[in-house]
Design a protein around this ligand. Structure first.
Ligand SMILES: Nc1nc2c(ncn2[C@@H]2O[C@H](COP(=O)(O)OP(=O)(O)OP(=O)(O)O)[C@@H](O)[C@H]2O)c(=O)[nH]1
Length: 458
């Protein structure tokens, strides 16, 4: 919020001299007693308008979300349309900026909010018109409600635009900053997963064991293409081709799962077709890896995990996909126990070595389609697409055990053992990913509190 602080004083002055003046505060006291009992009517109109739009429905159409957001909108209206004193101004402005940031995280299309806000305004005007205010007071009240709603919305828009631009910039630099070498290695792992999937699938079909319709989508390769490829690779033409070939493969699988009584010859033909598509994808993946290697000159960082600033576009994408498909992602927040002590006893360089090795365990324990971020100094955040909290807890437990067994060799023949604590949370259905993140953080806190070296689920 510091970035907008220099505007704060100007905004505060504007609010105090134009909106929340002593005279206007008197009018607002009257307005709020009239509108107060009917805020929910206005809020209902807003959501009806918003949910009329298919793109908004994708992330808002859930009872849980609707109820929470309705409550927030009601509180927001009650807040801005009540008298305010000078000392309340900073908090009021801060709140509008926070709302804009939440909208940016949810990626709600702002023009949609603008439209729906028109309905809110009209709703408020209607309530005032239906009241027994005299004409002169009524005009004044309508003008004031209009100015307050307009100013607040413009402030929300400002913060929203700022954060959206920032998110976009971070998504771009995620591509630029990840070492080309790391992505190329990742692509190699994905390629081999694809061919493993292919040989298993052909074996299953030919031995009449049947193939699950979503087996490709659920494979590490499928998850990587759906959740990660676009965010980490800049070659839109190659990734478009890979997606197209994957669709062809999916169509073949659908055929095989629905035409179980096909003659063996026909099944062989389809398997050949699948092989061909998979080989083409394999070739395209190599192209992608080569082009990344050719452009790579970046040094690896200490942990070789993704920097925290790139978290927003990833969590935004995962949240949108989870809301659209119902396949939740899960988060693991983990932290090295008593790390400060390691620094204090063995020195900062030893601390770095421990950090590097712990991060290596984390990197190797997750699927290629997962994301591992360096969240803080010795704190990591893992994002696991299409995974339940139970599955994530299993991954966390595996990492915990590996870290517990790790012996970090230091200089002068010294060595150190470490442990890590883990907080696990499944996406909780709220379009603002910060809610889920907070749950993981609280679970981690609880793991620390319960004695460390353990996994706690939110
Ligand atoms: N060597 C090294 N130390 C770091 C790095 N980043 C953060 N730290 C240190 O990590 C320590 C974190 O300590 P705390 O957050 O107090 O927690 P802790 O000692 O790990 O204890 P618990 O988390 O409560 O188990 C601080 O002393 C930081 O200075 C880094 O990149 N390298």
């Amino acid at each position: 919020m510091r970035r907008l602080n220099r505007h704060m004083k100007g905004l505060e002055k504007f609010y105090l001299t134009n909106l929340y003046t002593p005279e206007n505060n008197k009018v607002l006291a009257e307005i709020s007693t009239i509108i107060q009992p009917r805020y929910m009517d206005v809020v209902d109109v807003f959501y009806r308008e918003l949910l009329g739009d298919t793109s908004a429905r994708q992330f808002l159409d859930s009872e849980q979300v609707e109820n929470r957001l309705k409550g927030s909108l009601k509180d927001w209206l009650a807040d801005i349309l009540s008298p305010k004193e000078r000392y309340e101004m900073e908090h009021l402005i801060e709140r509008q900026l926070q709302i804009g940031q939440v909208h940016a995280r949810i990626d709600v299309p702002m023009p949609l909010v603008d439209n729906a806000m028109l309905m809110v305004k009209n709703g408020c005007f209607e309530i005032l018109v239906e009241s027994d205010m005299d004409r002169e007071h009524l005009a004044e009240a309508i003008r004031l409600v209009n100015s307050i709603l307009e100013s607040s919305l413009s402030m929300i828009n400002q913060a929203y635009m700022h954060d959206m631009v920032e998110n976009e910039r971070n998504a771009m630099s995620l591509r630029l900053n990840l070492s080309g070498q790391d992505i190329a290695l990742e692509i190699e792992r994905i390629r081999s997963d694809l061919f493993n999937w292919l040989s298993d699938s052909i074996f299953q079909v030919m031995s009449a064991q049947g193939l699950a319709e979503d087996s490709l989508q659920r494979s590490e390769f499928g998850l990587w293409v759906n959740h990660k490829m676009d965010l980490i690779t800049p070659q839109a033409d190659l990734s478009g081709k890979i997606k197209h070939r994957m669709d062809l493969l999916s169509a073949d699988i659908r055929h095989l799962t629905h035409q179980a009584d096909d003659p063996v010859q026909r099944q062989k033909e389809i398997c050949n077709q699948m092989s061909k598509a998979a080989n083409e994808i394999g070739w395209l993946l190599s192209e992608l890896a080569n082009s990344l290697l050719a452009n790579s000159s970046k040094e690896d960082s200490l942990t070789r995990l993704i920097e925290r600033k790139h978290m927003a576009p990833v969590l935004q994408k995962e949240t949108q996909m989870a809301l659209a498909t119902g396949n939740d992602y899960s988060l693991i927040m983990c932290d090295i126990d008593h790390f400060k002590r390691i620094n204090d006893i063995y020195g900062h360089a030893a601390g770095d070595l421990v950090l590097e090795q712990a991060a290596k365990v984390v990197r190797h324990a997750v699927r290629v389609s997962d994301y591992s971020f360096r969240y803080g100094g010795e704190e990591f955040l893992l994002v696991l697409p299409e995974s339940s909290a139970e599955q994530a807890a299993e991954v966390a437990e595996q990492i915990r055990q590996k870290v517990e067994k790790l012996v970090v060799e230091l200089e002068s023949q010294r060595s150190v053992n470490i442990s890590m604590s883990f907080g696990v949370a499944q996406f909780n259905g709220h379009p603002d990913y910060m809610r889920s993140l907070k749950n993981a953080d609280m679970a981690l806190y609880s793991a620390k509190h319960q004695g460390r070296n353990r996994v706690v689920m939110a």
